[in-house]
Design a protein around this ligand. Structure first.
Ligand code: SAH
Length: 340
């Protein structure tokens, strides 16, 4: 298979252009076609000489990710099923809000971590996405909007810190000032708490927003929902989060999916407050989106309101995410499962 052009960093594109015998300024033109014009065909790159376009087309793949399906209508939350060259597929979600365009992307085909209520883990793990495929997801979103997304969240299928190198490479490509130019502070990476990955990310010199899926304030409950807690227990996860916040000067967001009778009691709200007190933190409460194969139910709306009030009374910044996504089957992995 040809090399995916969108997986190359700017310097690598420059080296490839040089190798094909073209002068250095052609690399800038090509990069512009890839990320500013977002050309869908080599022949559209009008200011590149035909023989260079020909050589590029022989060596590189321009369309590693294709849209198989798109749900919803313009202006609302939409979901794209993205097909890959080997027949695998992942999903991404377009989240417009006023003038803001946020795209939620996947980092792996399937997931190894098997959180109890997450559809992504149910189908098992297939493979990592390459950087070019991750960038390709963002380009599909840009094509659907006919404009670049200004914000990016790694909250689709997969665990981004379990595919660290490709995810970081994609981040650097997406971040490039003369390309899509998505600012690091406008990228959120959501993790189930992979400690070595959080430590590495803290030292990249990037102010990526970190979001950590917590879902419970104690090890026993968390391990029941998230098997990863046996490997990376709460206290250790929170310690590296604190170091991350100090290093990057960013708040950490903690995701907390409310499950009726499992993690939504007043006592658990209190424990959560105590746990997060030493951190610059905000909490994002998520109503459970029902998935087949998990018997848990969403918390009653009144319970959810009491939970958030308890956090707010203690001075913790908390939001209750609406469940627009769940109507659309936007929760992690659900569209892909249906497709399979
Ligand atoms: N692997 C990463 C990112 C993917 S999931 C992580 O674990 O953070 C993004 C968020 O959606 C996570 O907080 C995840 O736990 C949550 N989630 C997954 N399935 C859900 C469901 N059925 N209902 C509510 N939240 C869900």
């Amino acid at each position: 298979m040809k090399i995916v052009i969108h997986g190359l960093l700017f310097d690598e594109v420059a080296a490839a252009v040089r190798e094909l015998g073209a002068p250095a300024f052609r690399a800038k033109q090509l990069w512009h076609w890839l990320y500013v014009q977002r050309a869908a065909a080599w022949d559209a790159m009008k200011n590149l000489p035909a023989d260079l376009r020909q050589k590029l087309a022989e060596k590189f793949e321009l369309e590693a990710v294709r849209q198989l399906e798109i749900t919803g209508v313009e202006g609302e939350t939409r979901k794209i099923l993205a097909g890959l060259r080997d027949g695998e597929c992942v999903e991404e979600v377009l989240l417009p809000s006023g003038d803001r365009r946020t795209v939620c992307i996947s980092s792996q085909v399937g997931c190894k971590f098997a959180c109890a209520f997450c559809a992504s883990g149910q189908a098992g793990f297939r493979r990592n996405l390459s950087a070019g495929e991750i960038v390709g997801e963002v380009l599909l979103a840009a094509a659907a909007w006919n404009d670049r997304p200004g914000n990016l969240v790694f909250m689709g299928v997969g665990e981004p810190l379990d595919n660290y190198d490709e995810v970081l490479r994609a981040i650097r490509i997406l971040n490039h000032a003369e390309g899509l130019a998505i600012g690091a502070r406008r990228m959120t990476l959501s993790t189930c708490g992979v400690i070595p990955g959080i430590q590495r990310l803290a030292n990249e010199g990037l102010q990526i927003e970190l979001s950590v899926s917590l879902h419970a304030p104690d090890d026993a409950t968390r391990a029941q929902l998230m098997p990863v807690n046996r490997r990376y227990p709460l206290a250790e996860v929170l310690a590296v989060c604190r170091a991350y916040a100090e290093k990057t000067k960013r708040l950490i967001t903690f995701e907390y999916t409310l499950v009726r009778g499992v993690n939504d009691s007043a006592a658990q709200a209190g424990e959560l407050v105590r746990l997060l007190a030493p951190l610059p933190a905000r909490v994002n409460l998520i109503p459970l989106s029902p998935v087949e194969g998990y018997a848990g139910e969403p918390s009653a709306p009144e319970t959810a309101r009491q939970f958030i009030r308890a956090l707010e009374r203690a001075g913790l910044n908390a939001t209750l995410r609406d469940s627009q996504g769940s109507r659309l089957k936007a929760a992690c992995g659900q569209l892909r499962i249906r497709h399979l």
